[in-house]
Structures are given as structure tokens and as C-alpha cells.
Design a protein around this ligand. Structure first.
Ligand SMILES: NC(=O)C1=CN([C@@H]2O[C@H](COP(=O)(O)OP(=O)(O)OC[C@H]3O[C@@H](n4cnc5c(N)ncnc54)[C@H](OP(=O)(O)O)[C@@H]3O)[C@@H](O)[C@H]2O)C=CC1
Ligand SMILES: O=C1OC[C@@H](O)[C@H](O)[C@H]1O
Length: 384
């Protein structure tokens, strides 16, 4: 018998639509028969009409209630878990609202504006015994799971460097202007929090998450940032992360692994969108390398290259079942965690979300990117 969870959707923007389309897919298309999803309510902070239109445009089956505000949504007793799909600036206030109403939460990336806010959310969820997860969907792709398993099997030896690039070649002024959440500091916009987090995801899931828990140590950080001239949010950020590891590679010399996390919204990591420029992610070990192709948030294939003489190159395609976007895998994880009474997911633990937020805080400190005090605040409730 499938364990069914009942979702409430907070906001009606682009990603909310994409997530709901995936939730509505038959889990059997991805060989999942132990869990199921129902969408029982949608709220728009703009108007009830917007929520009603969202429900009808996406053909969400009855019963699904439309709300004109987020307060009514979180008070609905029919909901198990709230999916927060608002801009970064609003995550802290919105997640606190849901947790205080006794609801489990899946919150879009970047989790919050800063690490202090993330820590409070995790502490609140812990105190209330509620599930909370940052929606870093890519971590739940079969491709990511396989890459982590290959690393943990030792096939490419000790991984000492990961390079990841999440970059769009946009005409920034033309495409994003000054008010879009991508570049708007009032909404905690900028390449780092929106896209750089995926480069950091690849660095962390290959150099940190794959280690035994007691060996996971926060990295030191060196970075550069280029502000977008019209808003001051970053349009380009490059980070070097230096992870201490406890395994000596040469007698007497402690190994260090390096991550290079890049993001840019003006130059592309894949200009012809054919992969001609090579992989966006390279995971380099002492016995070989894994290359990951496609945009780092939604990669489509990987290649394992053993060192010379150690075996053949292996190419693995990772298709998306039934044309889905790929967000159902993280939703399935939420369902399984709720079924099993867990408050956090092993794939994206609170501790790791906090360390990644701390890295982004430090990068912003080095780059001089400060957001408005209101959205950096840890005060709750606060009208934004
Ligand atoms: N996992 C992924 O692949 C992706 C994740 N994201 C993440 O999802 C979140 C939302 O992004 P996206 O859907 O693209 O953004 P949109 O601008 O398309 O939607 C955001 C929604 O948030 C609500 N909202 C509440 N307050 C505000 C406000 N002050 N200004 C603007 N919107 C507000 C609005 O819904 P309403 O009026 O109905 O309340 C709005 O439609 C971000 O955290 C982003 O990083 C985004 C794209 C892809
Ligand atoms: O999370 C994301 O992934 C897809 C991108 O298009 C989007 O800007 C970003 O928010």
C-alpha cells in the first residue's frame, strides 16, 4: 500500500508550476510504488484568483483548495507538508510561518539569505519535531546517487578535486533587467544564491557528503565576485574551497581536496548547448575521473574515465522518466522521510545546508555583497 502525502503549495510562480507538474506524474513511471502524492491546497499571496487559475491550468484533481494568503494555507488541517516556492528573501519568514503552524516543510534553494536564518529554521524544526529540507532536487537524481556511489566504491580513488560551473550566457540587461528575482537584491538575487549553489552542491556532494560523517569538515574559502552594474547583485562568482581531509596521500603529508565552484549569468558553460565545450563538472580522483554533462542542476549523462590501462571509459545516459523535469525524486524522498518519521533527509542534512550557507555568507563578505537589512534579519515575524 502506497504511503500518500498531502501537499500545500505556497506561491504560484515558475518553479511551483514545474514542481506540481512533476507531483502529478504517476510514480510508477519512475518505478516508485511505495509512495504517492496529493496536492490538496495552493496559495497565492497576490489573489485567490491566481491560486484558482493555477489549480485549473495544471488540472490538479479535486479536492484542492485555493487560498488568497499563506496564513490560511498553513492553517489547513488537510495538509501534511508545505512546499515553499517564493524568492530567497522570503524563505525564512515563510518557513517559520509553516513550522509554527505545525507543518512539515520542503523549501526551495537557496534555503535562506544567510546561515543564521537557516540555523533558526533547523532549530525550530528540531524543537517541534517537524520535517524540514532544502529543496536541492539535483541530489536526489539517480545520476547523483550513482556518482556518489562510484566515489564511495573507491573506483576513481581518492577524490582530490571537483570543478563545477553553473553558468548561463544571458544578455543580462535584456533578459533580467533590474527587478527580476535573478538580479534584484531586495529578493536576495544574484548568481551565487540562485545558480552558484548548484556548483557548490557538486563540490559538496563529491568532496564532503561522500566522506564518513566524522571526517566532514567545513572548507576554507577564497572567492571573487563581479557585481551586476545595474543592481549590485553578483553576476559572476568564482570560489575556491579547501577541504581538510584526514587521509594522508603521501606519508606525513595530510591530503587536501579542492573544489572550484563557478557561476556566471553573462558567459555560458555550454555556449552551443551541445556539450562541445566539455563537461560542466569534473570530479578528479587518484584513479580516474567522473565527468558530468548538462546543466549542473539537471544533468543528463556522466562519463567515468579510469586512469590509463585501468579499464574502458564508461558513458551512462540518465533519462528523465515520462518527460518529467526531475523534481519528483526529491518529493519522493520527502514522502519516505515522513512515512519513516524522520525530521531531516540523509541526502541534504541540516548540518550540510548550514555549512553551505556559511560558505555563501563568507563569499558575500569577501565580495562585498550585502542585502537589505530586512531580508538578512532573523527576527520573526517581520513584514517584508
Ligand atoms: N529547483 C529549481 O530548479 C528551481 C528553483 N527555483 C527557486 O524557487 C524559488 C522561486 O523561484 P521562481 O519560481 O523562479 O520565481 P517566480 O518569480 O516565478 O515566483 C515566485 C513566487 O513567489 C511569490 N512571491 C511572494 N512574495 C513575492 C515577492 N515579494 N516578489 C516576488 N514573488 C513573490 C509569488 O507567488 P504568489 O503571488 O502566488 O504568492 C511568485 O509567483 C527561488 O527560491 C528559486 O531559487 C527557481 C527556479 C528553478
Ligand atoms: O534553481 C534554478 O535552476 C534552474 C534555473 O533556471 C533557475 O534560475 C534556478 O533558480
Amino acid at each position: 500500500m502506497a504511503h500518500t502525502i498531502r501537499w500545500g503549495i505556497m506561491a504560484t510562480g515558475w518553479i511551483a508550476k514545474t514542481f506540481v507538474r512533476d507531483l502529478l506524474q504517476d510514480p510508477k513511471a519512475r518505478d516508485a510504488s511505495d509512495i504517492a502524492h496529493q496536492i490538496v491546497a495552493v496559495a497565492s499571496s497576490s489573489s485567490k484568483d491566481k491560486a484558482t487559475q493555477f489549480i485549473s491550468a495544471l488540472s490538479i484533481p479535486d479536492p484542492c483548495t485555493a487560498y488568497s494568503n499563506y496564513e490560511d494555507l498553513v492553517a489547513d488541517p488537510a495538509i501534511d507538508v508545505i512546499y515553499v516556492a517564493t524568492p530567497h528573501s522570503h524563505h525564512f519568514q515563510n518557513v517559520m510561518l509553516a513550522l509554527n503552524a505545525g507543518k512539515h516543510v520542503l523549501c526551495e534553494k537557496a534555503f535562506t539569505v544567510n546561515a543564521a536564518q537557516t540555523k533558526i529554521l533547523c532549530e525550530t524544526a528540531r524543537e517541534k519535531g517537524l520535517f524540514l529540507m532544502e529543496a536541492v532536487w539535483t541530489r536526489y537524481f539517480p545520476l547523483s546517487v550513482q556518482v556518489r556511489e562510484i566515489i564511495q566504491s573507491g573506483e576513481i580513488g581518492e577524490v582530490l578535486r571537483t570543478v563545477a560551473d553553473t553558468s548561463f550566457g544571458d544578455d543580462v540587461e535584456e533578459k533580467w533587467g533590474t527587478t527580476h528575482r535573478m538580479v534584484n537584491p531586495d529578493l536576495a538575487g544574484g548568481a551565487l544564491l540562485d545558480l552558484g549553489i548548484y556548483s557548490l552542491t557538486w563540490v559538496f556532494q563529491t568532496l564532503y557528503h561522500t566522506l564518513p560523517k566524522e571526517q566532514r569538515k567545513p572548507p576554507t574559502v577564497t572567492s571573487q565576485m563581479t557585481p551586476y552594474h545595474l543592481t549590485g547583485a553578483d553576476e559572476s562568482t568564482t570560489i575556491i574551497l579547501n577541504f581538510p581531509t584526514s587521509t594522508p596521500t603521501n606519508a606525513g603529508h595530510p591530503a587536501r581536496s579542492h573544489g572550484v565552484a563557478m557561476t556566471n549569468i553573462r558567459v555560458s558553460g555550454d555556449p552551443d548547448e551541445q556539450g562541445t565545450s566539455g563537461p560542466n563538472i569534473r570530479i578528479q580522483g587518484t584513479k580516474g575521473e567522473i565527468q558530468v554533462f548538462g546543466l549542473p542542476f539537471r544533468p543528463t549523462r556522466y562519463r567515468v574515465i579510469p586512469v590509463k590501462g585501468a579499464g574502458p571509459v564508461r558513458d551512462v545516459e540518465c533519462p528523465f522518466p515520462a518527460g518529467g523535469h526531475g523534481m519528483f525524486w526529491e518529493a519522493d524522498e520527502v514522502a519516505r522521510c515522513l512515512r519513516d518519521g524522520k525530521v531531516e533527509s540523509e541526502g541534504m542534512p541540516w548540518e550540510e545546508s548550514i555549512v553551505i550557507m556559511e560558505v555563501m555568507d563568507e563569499v558575500r563578505r569577501q565580495g562585498g555583497l550585502v542585502y537589505p537589512a530586512k531580508i538578512e534579519s532573523t527576527e520573526y515575524p517581520l513584514q517584508l
